[in-house]
Design a protein around this ligand. Sequence first.
Ligand code: S3P
Length: 432
Amino acid sequence: MKLNNQSIIQGTYLPPGDKSISHRIVILTGQAIGKSEISNLLEGEDVINTINAMKLFGVNIKKKGDKYIIFGLPAGGLFQPNKTIDFGNSGTGIRLISGLVSSNNIYAKLIGDHSLSQRPMKRVTKHLSRIGAVIKLKKGSYPPISLKGTGKAIPLTFDITIPSAQIKSAIMLSALNTIGTVKIKEKNSTRDHTENMLKSMGYNIKVRENTKYRFIEMRNNKEIKTINYNVPGDPSSAAFLITAACLKPNSNLIVKNILFNKTRIGFIKTLRSMGGNIKVIRKRKIHNEFIADLLIKQRKNLNPTILESFEIPLQIDEIPILSIAASFANGLTVFKGLKELTFKESNRLELIHENLKKIGVKTKIKNFDLYIYGNYDLKKGAAVIKHDNDHRILMSFFIANMICKKNNIIKDKSCVKTSYPTFFKDISEFSN
Ligand code: S3P
């Protein structure tokens, strides 16, 4: 593969606020009595929808300068919303809020866009029904979710077998208004921001883990305290420019204030194992989350790699951009066990495969394993990328075009607003 080395990725880059943390800080400060101040909140459409949902439950949220000021209600104190709540494209929003509502004595109807209306909800609602919530789904599986919460949630032990932070967090949010001890056993650990945030907010939560499981115990005998929180940069959004900087010859990129939680930086480990030169230049811990500054220097081409299934959950959102990295690495890369990728904003496994073929990369799927034969000559361009309005698919193939200056066509780029509204601005600023 001939890389375009006329332009490089360079500069000092501050990624936008982390999406997972932004959802959670809005929800949890909305359940802390008093005033919390949030800065660097991601103003993507997904998070805006969560803000609107919390407002419909009676939480007072105002923007003052570049900060959000949130006056929370006590756990169990949500008001009856006076209309249907629309979560747009956001699986995190609809699933986390389902958990929150399930232990409040209110009724809510939760809907989403075309993509969200085809995503599985039973994986969450089957747990929430056990505490006493009454839930109906379209065709028994999909949104709209019609949810009558219970004011007397039963404290239970939950066993989660699908690796999903959304399932875990939905149950944890239901526990905020459950009297007694709620226990969760998670197979494969997933992103743990809900746990970290609750600890920072003085809640009674215990977490322990071994190599196989993570155990969480929650008791709602202590209130959630207000907090002032500066949302760190989103590694999943930064992954696009970081990968581009690992690929474009002679790039030099400094990334500031990026969330460096071990459950989120699997892709950095993967890029390093492919020969990517990524150095941590400063690391600190704030509110139980690690945050770092990074330096990326490109001096040689990437090598292929193999990811085993157990490594996937901690980099599930970065598989699309890692597929682009693999396309430019000399040899065969295999990403194993990608079933969960078929349940995202689109069937990402199919779309990655289809688009890689379109741009001239040899690839195959076998039993949810993705094979990518890197370093094949890309076609001349002009393939129309099929993104089905999936933000991460669109951004990944935009980077592919940019790396070797191809003019594959990407129509309707508006879906970047779900997670990364400033994507194109950042690309033009750091790609010279
Ligand atoms: C998220 C969890 C993951 C991830 C999503 C954000 C979260 O989804 O893909 O982008 O903030 O909890 P799953 O829980 O479905 O794996």
